[in-house]
Design a protein around this ligand. Structure first.
Ligand code: 4AD
Ligand code: MG
Length: 478
């Protein structure tokens, strides 16, 4: 076959009826030995290819099986059948990649997400995963567009670093020392001065501290890169390797920071609503089909697209941590002892509390601010009450925490005192303290978990299904 191949998205966007087309793609279905649903990934839609028995040999047709790769040449015509407006009458067919249905693990029927996770080399060929990963792409593009259009600079922060920005100690070490034979110092501890970088290093948990350098020079910057956390939480919301977007802005206070977080998330949702309607419609219907089998109280209150629109159209609720605790203390599930974790001023809100606030109490995204300083990182700006810091978390329906951010402590004396209280040696972060000593400024920022946003936009139930190759405790396949 010669002449040039055209993508299915282009054929369907402007069908040239009566013209020859040359398509390549994967067989999504082969009905009645006559109708091939062909998909090449360029759009959610398949194109129907009608096979002409007279022209195509039987042994060739025998090779047209589920997810085989084929090339088709034929005439584009208006479709006689229901479900599609145009179809291709195949005159030539070539098998580019055969598929042995007996050995191939995927089947043309609904399969569990757990099973498909083990078939990550194939799962992108399914309707669900191709929709998810097209949306994931669109979201990444929208992130860059949002910040570029508003005068932010994209900043690349290091992946290998010596600092633990969040102070949570959940780091993966990076070392070239022989683990069976590490050099030791006088005290018998591993001597990292002999390691590759001459000191102990780890994969970054956040690009924030370095982004602050950018903000205090370029004004507004953002990072968008992989981050790594060795937290042993096997939940549907945690990955050991995930992507984070971290804007950091000079002269922004905590209120400006919350305004940006709300505007940013609404923009991202609007962008996907406008640009990926077919993928969203499919995912919406998928959830409704799944929920038909569930008890009514487990079903989501609204469909996917309606939820997305609702979030865009309504103001986020904004409350303080102290208000959140009081609301939770007087809540029904608390009084009835339904919450697993205790509610008391000073402890962190657990996911069950966050989701109750968002899904039951306010029924929309909630921004909680002014958390107790003892449950937050060292860099957050201390409030005048001496007990809380200018932190803010954005909580989303079905997700819980989507964003964590704060105004940063710009006052040198307060920052060094807090570091001392938290046993963070000044020498390790002298460059960070320099930003307070020389030309410092009030500034703020936040981090948005990219996969949690994809989870919200696609309505998928598990974060492992919105990243191509999930890394979780006990799993680093592919
Ligand atoms: O709240 P976190 O830990 O905040 C920071 O890292 C700050 N340095 C951000 C900043 O102010 N620049 O993480 C930010 C977000 C969370 O709200 C969550 O959405 C996501 O990152 N996140 C995870 N996503 C998937 N898997 C994990 N293990 C995650 N840990 C955090
Ligand atoms: Mg957080």
């Amino acid at each position: 076959m010669s002449s040039s191949r055209i993508e299915i998205s282009k054929v369907l966007a402007a069908p040239a009826i009566g013209e020859q087309v040359y398509l390549k793609g994967w067989v999504r279905a082969f009905r009645s030995n006559r109708f091939i649903a062909l998909n090449d990934g360029s759009t959610f839609d398949n194109i129907q290819v009608v096979v002409d028995f007279e022209q195509l040999p039987e042994d060739l047709l025998a090779k047209v099986s589920f997810h085989a790769c084929v090339a088709v040449k034929g005439k584009l015509v208006e479709s006689q059948g229901k479900g599609q407006s145009v179809e291709v009458i195949a005159e030539e067919l070539e098998i580019l990649g055969t598929n042995n249905p007996e050995e191939y693990k995927l089947q043309p029927k609904r399969q569990t997400m757990e099973f498909l996770r083990e078939q990550a080399q194939f799962r992108m060929r399914t309707n669900t995963f191709s929709a998810v990963f097209r949306i994931r792409h669109g979201l990444a593009y929208a992130v860059h567009k949002y910040y570029h259009d508003r005068g932010f600079y994209y900043m690349h922060t290091p992946i290998i670093t010596g600092s633990d920005a969040e102070g949570a100690g959940e780091m993966f070490h990076v070392s070239t020392l022989d683990p069976a034979n590490t050099p030791k110092d006088d005290q018998g501890k591993v001597d990292y001065s002999q390691d590759f970088f001459g000191k102990a290093t780890n994969l970054t948990v956040s690009g924030q501290l370095q982004a602050e350098i950018g903000a205090l020079a370029l004004g507004k910057v953002y990072t968008f890169g992989p981050t790594f956390r060795a937290e042993n939480s096997n939940t549907s919301r945690h990955l050991a390797e995930f992507w984070m977007i971290e804007p950091e802005m000079a002269f922004f206070d905590i209120n400006d920071d919350m305004d940006l977080a709300e505007d940013f998330t609404k923009y991202l949702i609007t962008y996907i609503l406008e640009n990926y309607p077919k993928d969203l419609e499919f995912l919406d219907k998928r959830i409704q089909d799944l929920e038909k089998q569930m008890k009514s109280e487990l079903r989501r209150p609204m469909g996917l697209i309606d939820t997305l629109k609702f979030v865009v159209e309504n103001d986020f609720e904004r409350i303080t941590y102290t208000e959140a605790i009081n609301i939770l203390l007087s809540s029904k599930p608390h009084k009835k002892g339904k919450f697993k974790f205790p509610i008391e001023w000073g402890s962190d809100l657990q996911s069950e509390h966050e989701r109750w606030l968002v899904e039951k109490k306010f029924k929309k995204p909630v921004i909680v601010r002014d958390y107790p300083k003892d449950i937050k990182a060292f860099y957050m700006r201390q409030n005048d009450d001496g007990k809380t810091v200018a932190a803010m978390d954005v909580l989303f329906p079905g997700i819980g925490e989507l964003i964590g951010g704060s105004q940063r402590e710009e006052r040198l004396d307060k920052l060094t005192k807090r570091m001392e209280e938290m046993d963070i040696p000044e020498e390790e972060l002298s460059w960070y303290l320099d930003l307070r000593k020389f030309g410092g400024a009030p500034h703020s920022g936040f981090g948005l978990g990219f996969e949690r946003m994809v989870l919200f936009l696609t309505g998928m139930g598990n974060i492992r299904d919105v990243i191509p190759f999930p890394r979780t405790p006990g799993n680093a396949e592919y």
